[in-house]
Design a protein. Structure first.
Length: 262
């Protein structure tokens, strides 16, 4: 886990501390209420507590489900890019030997740059520079392919190779867009606010007990904080513990197959 990945850990720990504080504040408020109005004065507010806890549960469920959906989509896009690269590389066989050799080498260098860009994503300046270099390589590959097709009197190479190259380039834009798609910040702000409010209500509801139930208090705060941490970690799968890096092996396999293919 890189230094940016620790941000999700700090967020989860901060949320846990806030929840513990809210639980204690709610308990103290409840104790003052019990001292003033007596036992049983909190009857009838269970429906309000249930509504807030239910909304919190729904928000956690929906954010977790959305994060998993985007996580699976990002993994699928890695496979699509590997397939597009492999198809384009094989269709270079349609070109004349001289053009084929130059374009094969350019395609290998392009894939190396793409892999470097994915590894550099936590360091955004380096990642942007690498992505810019891959865009320049796209232009070079496209220009060479178009020149080779124009020099060939038959239309077959152009009709098969150029669409494959275009699909290979298009998937990079799709992957970049998928990398940038996340829930609006207000969703996470609402999740944190509901967690704090639920903790306040839970502490208030425990006021009739004279002793602090530390096991329940800590378990409630820790469980919800861990759930939020997992959601954030899945949402940013190249920064934390839960990563899509393992699926980059598909691209590495494609790169190795390029070296093996004559």
């Amino acid at each position: 886990m890189d230094r940016l990945g620790y941000a999700s850990v700090l967020i989860a720990l901060g949320l846990m501390l806030v929840m513990l504080a809210c639980l204690e504040v709610g308990r103290r408020m409840g104790r003052r209420r019990v001292a003033r109005d007596g036992e049983g004065s909190a009857r009838g507010i269970g429906a309000i507590d249930g509504a807030v806890f239910g909304l919190l549960g729904l928000l956690v469920a929906f954010t977790f489900s959305g994060a998993m959906t985007r996580f699976d989509a990002r993994r699928a896009l890695i496979v699509q890019e590997a397939n597009a690269l492999g198809t384009a590389y094989l269709r270079l066989d349609l070109l004349q030997p001289a053009d084929r050799a130059a374009l094969r080498e350019a395609l290998k260098q392009y894939l190396d740059t793409r892999l470097e860009a994915y590894r550099a994503i936590p360091y955004m300046e380096q990642a942007r520079a690498t992505l810019d270099r891959s865009s320049a390589q796209q232009n070079e590959i496209w220009g060479r392919a178009v020149s080779a097709c124009r020099a060939d009197p038959t239309p077959v190479p152009c009709s098969l190779l150029l669409p494959a190259l275009n699909a290979m380039f298009d998937i990079t834009t799709t992957r970049l867009a998928a990398h940038l798609v996340h829930p609006p910040p207000v969703v996470f702000a609402m999740l944190f606010a509901l967690a704090a409010a639920s903790s306040l209500l839970a502490g208030y509801a425990m006021a009739e007990s004279r002793s602090r139930r530390l096991i329940h208090v800590v378990s409630f705060a820790a469980t919800l904080s861990i759930a939020v941490y997992v959601i954030i970690d899945i949402e940013f799968p190249r920064l934390g513990i839960i990563r899509v890096d393992d699926f980059d092996r598909v691209l590495l396999h494609t790169r190795a197959s390029m070296d093996k293919y004559p």
